[in-house]
Design a protein around this ligand. Sequence first.
Ligand code: FAD
Length: 318
Amino acid sequence: MNSDPAGAHLELRQAVREFATAVIKPLAPRTDHEHRYPREALDAAAELDLMGILIPPEYGGAGLDHLAFAICIEEIATACASTAVLVDVHNSVASEPILLFGSEGQKRAWLPRLARGEMLGAFALTEPSSGSDAASLKTSAKRYGEEFVLSGTKVFITGVGEAGMYLVFARTDPDQRGAAGVSCFIVPGDAPGLKVGQVFQKMGLNGSPTGELVLEEVREVNLQAFQQLHSYESKTEFLQRQVVSTEERYRNLFDQASEGIVIAEAQDLEILELNQTAKRLLGIAGADTNLLSSFCQIHPEPQPPPRSGPEGSLNPKL
Ligand SMILES: Cc1cc2nc3c(=O)[nH]c(=O)nc-3n(C[C@H](O)[C@H](O)[C@H](O)COP(=O)(O)OP(=O)(O)OC[C@H]3O[C@@H](n4cnc5c(N)ncnc54)[C@H](O)[C@@H]3O)c2cc1C
């Protein structure tokens, strides 16, 4: 990619636009009319590293920033909204918490597979009686020695039935109120006791299944495959780090973009758009860090030993 950030983002937009127009758009009518899961579109997206946009190269992803992520989703969405929402959830809420809060073992076990598009990732937070007020969730995670047993019902889960991995939020401490008693679990899609409930008929996004995920005493003894996400730092430290890195990233971007606006007035209005998108993202990034830090708890368990050597592609194709 171009070494100039603004130019690199423009190049990326053009590349994803061409791909989405040529490959994803022709599949969109069937996806929508037949309520068909867009597997071919997702496989093609994976070939271009679009299923590992934010995942760093050492875990097999493209290692791009959040602005690049937003650009990719915008361009895919112009071709097919269903494909876009699946790619969005997979890259963001399903993959990023593992990157931010997972142990080294969890990252090595899951991120390369997610980045390759070997499996779809899903995010299971909402419950029938907890939507906006997510911290009131009731799904329970009871600990028996090294094992957790999860029971409850999630609802409105994007990619339900198609996902190979669900990030499931459950209450580990029934005595704590709100987010303080909640943890996040990596649950394989084929875990015994994990069932798909009702899949909803929607007014749009028909290729993206949305429905209930039922956990009937889901348990797993293989801790590599089923484990609490770990946070290495306190909520405050995490928020400080996020704010600083986000500010630095976007300050650089704003500087370059605002220099570009002079040229943009004459020739290239897309730089202005880039600037606006970055500002919008800055707000979104703040909201996201709040959500993630609220739900990912600090756990004292020892970290599993890291595997030797990096996995996956070190060569992002975009
Ligand atoms: C297509 C689709 C895909 C989804 N995918 C996922 C997914 O992959 N994973 C997942 O976990 N969830 C998913 N969701 C669920 C989504 O996150 C919830 O719908 C959302 O959190 C809102 O919850 P709710 O629908 O229960 O609405 P409610 O929380 O009941 O809110 C209803 C209305 O009341 C308003 N409201 C709520 N609280 C207040 C307040 N305190 N003050 C003022 N107004 C308030 C809301 O803004 C809203 O307009 C999906 C939803 C849809 C529609």
